[in-house]
Design a protein around this ligand. Structure first.
Ligand code: ADP
Ligand code: ADP
Length: 221
């Protein structure tokens, strides 16, 4: 069963008099244990589609199902809760808080949940991504690749079903990018999550289970 499914999704933006149709009837799904890449030229609708999958924006038409629950009609509180419990986000520029250590950055999204041993889990995750000896370092004391590993650990702290990655290797050199991709490939199997990534990085294609190419708001292949 697909963990995320978009059916007939249309997204229109109104800017002044002009209507922009960013997505023109998208069918998309991702399953646990697979990495799906979303590629396409600038302006083709990649960010818009990632925003739909990330429950950051709602479609004008069509449905979004997450783990077989229709989320299209959720209100803002329900969407926030769903984002927190089901989704992890990784960004091109890491989005770490500079004054916090690696462990503190990783535990941050789990602060609301008093029932879990969040520091223990943060440390376990940092060990998993090879940073067991960098727990108390701040982002400035870490390389770009190490910072992205912290960000990946943070994205996994609430045990998401889906990891959404926006250009995860965009700020890294080729070799560092490759180690991050290897890490993500291992984690998608170990954690049994779906990874959906928007990328321009061609080396990422070798790690993908499927590649979805968007052109002008339509999935071309
Ligand atoms: P990509 O990520 O592939 O570059 P986007 O999803 O950002 O593409 O944009 C797709 C189209 O929708 C573009 O024409 C863009 O200008 C338009 N668009 C995106 N977001 C908005 C918005 N908030 N308001 C108006 N138009 C938008
Ligand atoms: P990137 O590709 O770096 O993610 P984008 O150009 O896709 O950047 O868009 C960045 C932000 O600006 C997104 O939140 C998108 O919704 C918004 N945006 C994009 N195009 C437009 C537009 N034409 N009008 C208003 N907002 C837009």
């Amino acid at each position: 069963m697909s963990v995320i499914e978009l059916t007939d999704v249309v997204k229109r933006y109104q800017s002044g008099e002009e209507t922009v149709v960013a997505l023109k009837g998208i069918d998309f799904h991702a399953d646990r244990g697979e990495m799906v890449l979303v590629t396409g030229p600038s302006g083709s609708g990649k960010s818009t589609m990632l925003n739909m999958i990330g429950l950051l924006d709602t479609p004008t038409e069509g449905t979004v199902r997450l783990d077989d629950r229709e989320v299209t009609d959720f209100d803002e509180d329900e969407l926030t809760e769903e984002r927190r419990s089901s989704l992890g986000f990784v960004f091109q520029d890491f989005h770490l808080l500079p004054m916090l250590t690696a462990v503190e950055n990783v535990e941050l999204p789990s602060m609301w949940d008093r029932s879990v041993q969040r520091t223990d889990r943060a440390i376990t995750l940092l060990r998993t991504v090879g940073l067991g000896d960098r727990l108390d370092h701040t982002p400035a004391q870490l390389s770009g690749g190490q910072q992205q590993r912290v960000a990946i650990a943070r994205a996994l702290i609430n045990e998401p079903d889906i990891l959404l990655a926006d250009e995860p290797t965009g700020n890294l050199d080729q070799e560092t990018g490759r180690t991050i991709l290897e890490e993500m490939t291992r984690l998608k199997e170990e954690e049994n999550i779906a990874i959906v990534a928007v990328t321009h990085d061609e080396q990422m294609e070798a790690y993908a289970d499927r590649i979805v190419r968007l052109v002008d708001g339509v999935i071309q292949s």
